[in-house]
Design a protein around this ligand. Sequence first.
Ligand code: SF4
Length: 320
Amino acid sequence: MLYQFAKDSSSRLNLGLAARSLRDVRLGALTTFLFNYLVQEYDVKRQEANGLVIPTAMDLEVSTFCPRRCRGCYVPVDERKDPSVISYGTASRAIGKGIDLGMRNFNFIGGEPLQNRTIALIERLVAEHPSRNFFCCTNGELLATTQSSLDGLVSKNNFSAALSVDGFKETNDKLRGRGSYGWIVEATRYLHLRGCFYGGVVTVRESNFEEALSDDFVDSLIEQGLMYTLFAITDDLPEERKREALKIIRELKQKPLFIYNSLTGHTGADSRGCMARELCVNKDGKVLSNRKERIILGDIDTIDVETISRDPDWRKRFNS
Ligand code: SF4
């Protein structure tokens, strides 16, 4: 199986992306992210071969606080006003549990996870687990405006900022607030200069469908140095539009950019194969069915992998 996996992976090698990465990204960051991603993909393949569905990655909610008011944000307004941050103990135990389960990829999520009051915590967690990948979804504001305080964090080879960007300036500012596109531009300049491995999260909805999935927009992301993009396809798009989005995304994969989508992952264009099986943990240490639906499955300290794997609210996202 390992031989077949290696063969399949090498046949999908994106030479343009490989050349860009080797030119622009610190080698330590590149190898760390590539290794952990491939181990996870192999793990998912192995699970599929054995009919298993077990978590392979974790969404760790650092804080639900966010001063922005983006259209379509799933975090309730009152939770966005809550300034509390996950404790070091809870975050550390959650990551430890994930590592015990074999996870190599962790996503810091919010609210806005990258705030002045979370930087020290995030930097500590990332530094404590140098062999694991830590992604951080962010609107880019802090990266654009408070750069010196982030130098320590972005210099870590296992940290990657995933910038939320939903279109060119006019569209992005309309959806994510005035000035938000400017932060992305400034943040990418900063990250590029430091040889970081960074990417983006593009939420695809009806109002930005054509633009977000256009050649011009994706080319602009490449020009800004993004190495990967997650197209998060919103649940409220009709099925037909979702299929259309997947078809366009399949064509976009010719570009020198690693493209992942929230419906089928990376390799499975028409199936749910190779989707990371994320486990979402909130700032109080509760395991949630997923970050949007937020059904509590148990406590991170006591829940066991069988309970998670059997839970229909958690499994359903993985087509099982
Ligand atoms: S930046 Fe993120 S958390 Fe904040 S309002 Fe926008 S979508 Fe919601």
